[in-house]
Design a protein around this ligand. Sequence first.
Ligand code: B16
Ligand code: MG
Length: 230
Amino acid sequence: MNENKHQTITLPAYIFDLDGVLVDTAHYHFLAWNRLAKELGFSITEQENERLKGVSRMKALDIVLEMGNVNASAEEKEEMAARKNNWYVEYLETLDQGHLLPGAHEFIAASKKMGIKIALGSASKNARTILKKLGLLSVFDGIVDGTMTTKAKPNPEVFLLGAELLKVSPSNCVVFEDAQAGIEAARAAGMTAIGIGSEHNLTGAALVVPSLAHLTPEELSQQLSLLQQQ
Ligand code: B16
Ligand code: MG
């Protein structure tokens, strides 16, 4: 009898970041932060908005206030963050499947077809609202959002919780991330990090691709096993 007949292949589990990997919500964050900045007497550029990607809402607010040299008390900061979030949620009203990033839908569908478990690992407290708008709320085997974590990326908490929800070991997880803090969080969790974006912004990723349109789950497993052999 062929000894390999009953050999089981361990499939990886995938954990996807949301903003910048599956959907382009960064522009809405920019519009809302810039509206707050203008009310405070300054403005921010799309380039400066890059620094706000992947970090928690309160951390993003601290960066914005630093850009405008504005000091605020803890109470004032809570109010400003809420004001910004109300505008952001208003802008999300227009979000639909057309805002999915290239290849996201296809990559998720291919992963599910192969029986790969998938989770979301996002810093956003609005992640479920966004997934609902994109028609993706029910496709994930586990969802971790900003309401479930206390430590922001690069802390690995968000991804470790994702692995726990999927009931898989961290070493078996592959994380897709567009932010440096997220790549660091994945690595600190003992996971394989795949960068989505540009190589020079995503240090430490096992592989970087411009978007999920440049990869299939099969190609990814081939590339990762080649890297392991090196
Ligand atoms: P919210 P991700 C992150 O989403 C965004 O990239 C980041 O810009 C934002 O500050 C953070 O979510 C918090 O979002 O204000 O909606 O709670 O990339 O982790 O999916
Ligand atoms: Mg992101």
